[in-house]
Design a protein around this ligand. Sequence first.
Ligand code: SAM
Ligand code: SF4
Length: 475
Amino acid sequence: MIYHPQKYRIADKRTEPFIDAGEIWSYLNGVKADKQRVRDVIQASLDKKRLSLEETAVLINTKDPDLQEEIREGARTLKEKVYGERIVLFAPLYVGDLCTNNCQYCGFRSSNKGIKRVTLSNEELVAETKALIDQGHKRLILVYGEHPRYSARFIAETVEIVYSVKHKNGEIRRININAAPFDIQGFRIVKDAGIGTFQIFQETYHEPTYNKVHLGGLKRNYEWRLTALDRAQEAGIDDVGIGALFGLYDWRFEVMGLVRHVNHFEAVYNVGPHTISFPRIQNAHALNVDKDNLVSDEDFVHLVSILRLAVPYTGMILTAREPAHIRDQILRFGVSQIDGGTNLELGGYSKGKHQTQDLTKGQFQINDNRSLGEIMDELINNGYIPSFCTACYRLGRTGEHFMEFSVPGFIKRFCAPNAMLTLAEYLEDYATEETKAAGYRLIEGKISDLSADQKVDKLREKINEIKQGKRDLYF
Ligand code: SAM
Ligand code: SF4
C-alpha cells in the first residue's frame, strides 16, 4: 500500500500504513479462545483497558455459546457500570443525493438512473429543520452524497442555515456531519461552521473488497478514504466518527479493522474516535453486492458486544437501519446513541409522514419506522434516560466520551443531570400528557439515585425553571 504524504499533507509519522491484512489474519487464524483467556480479556475491559488486536481476536474466536453469553454479559456490565442508562437521540437529515461515486451498495450511486436526485434549497432545509425541531430533536447529522456541488463551503453554509433556525421553544444545538472526505483546508472550512463530529465510514477495511465495490469517483481511492479522518484531525476536528459497513467482507476482519483504526488514532493523536458506527447493508435501489458476507442477527449481537468491550470509552451508534426488536436488544450491550423518527427521503420530514419504503426516494431501506415520540415512550418505560444533551460540545469539553469513561463521577455530575434537563424540556414542549407524567416519574426516580453532593438541589431548581419556561439549561 503506497501513501502519498505530499498529496495528503500529513506529517510523516501519520502516513504509516496501519491496516495490515496479513497481521489481522494472523491474529484471527492463530489466536485460541480458551475459557480462562476469554474471561481474562473480558476482565481487562471491565478494568477499563482498551483491548489489543490479539485480545479482540480472542473474543472474535469464541465459539462456545456459554462463553459468548459471558461476552454479552461483560458488555452489559460495562455499559451499566460506566455509562448508566442514558441514550442520546438524534436524527439524520439528508441534504442532497447527487453523487459521482459508484458504490455498489448505495442507492445514490452515479450509475443508478432510477433514483430521484434532489438537493434541498435553503427554504427546504429550513422547513426540514423546523419539522425536526417540532418532533423534539436537538441533535442532527447532516448527510450528503459526494459531488462537486457539495463543497466544503456548501456544507458549511447548510450547517449555518440549520443552526440559525429558531422555532417556537426549540433549535438544533449540535450538528454532526456524514459526508465525503476533504483535504485539510476543506475540513477547516467545515469545522469553522461549528460542527460536532465528522463521520466517515471506511465501509470495508479489506482493500481488495473495497476496490471491488467502489467502481467510480474519488471514493475508489482506499487510502484517501483511510487517511480522511487524519486530515480532519490535522484541521482541528478532534471529534471524529469511524465505521464499517457490515456485509461487504468477513465481519471478523472489519471488527479488527475498526479496532486497529482506533489504535492508530490513540497512537498518533492521543485520543480515540468519538463514535463507532456498525451499519449492516440494507436493501437499496439497484443494490449490487454479493450476499456471502451478510451478517446474521446472532453474529451482529456478538460483534456489537465485542466492540463494546474492545473500545470501552467510545460512543456507539445504532441506527434505524435495524428493526426495533434488534435495536431494543442491542441497546443493552453498550449502544449510546440512536436515531428516532427517521426519514431518509429528501424533504420527507416536512411532509409530515413516516418514511415510505419507496427505494427511489432514499439511500436505503430503514427498518425502524417508529416516531421519536414512540421511541421516547419506550425508552422511558424501560428505565432509560433519553438525552438530547449538547453541553460538553458547547462548553468546549471535547472528548466527552473519554471523560465519561475516565473521570470518576463525571456521569453523575454532568451527563445524568444534563440528560434529565433535556428530557424535561422535551416533556414540556413535545410530549403527550401520558409521556409527560411517565417522564417526570422517571426523573424523580433517577434524581434519588444521585447522591446529595451531586448538585441535586441545583438540578431540582433548574427543572423548575424549565417548567416555568426557561430553556437550554445545563451543567
Ligand atoms: N457520501 C458520503 C460517503 O460515502 O461517505 C456520505 C455517506 S452515505 C450518505 C452514509 C453511509 O451510509 C455510507 O458511509 C455507508 O456506510 C452507508 N450506506 C450506504 N448504502 C447503504 C445500504 N445499502 N445499507 C446500509 N448502509 C448504507
Ligand atoms: Fe455516494 Fe456515499 Fe452512496 Fe457512495 S455511499 S454512492 S459516496 S452517497
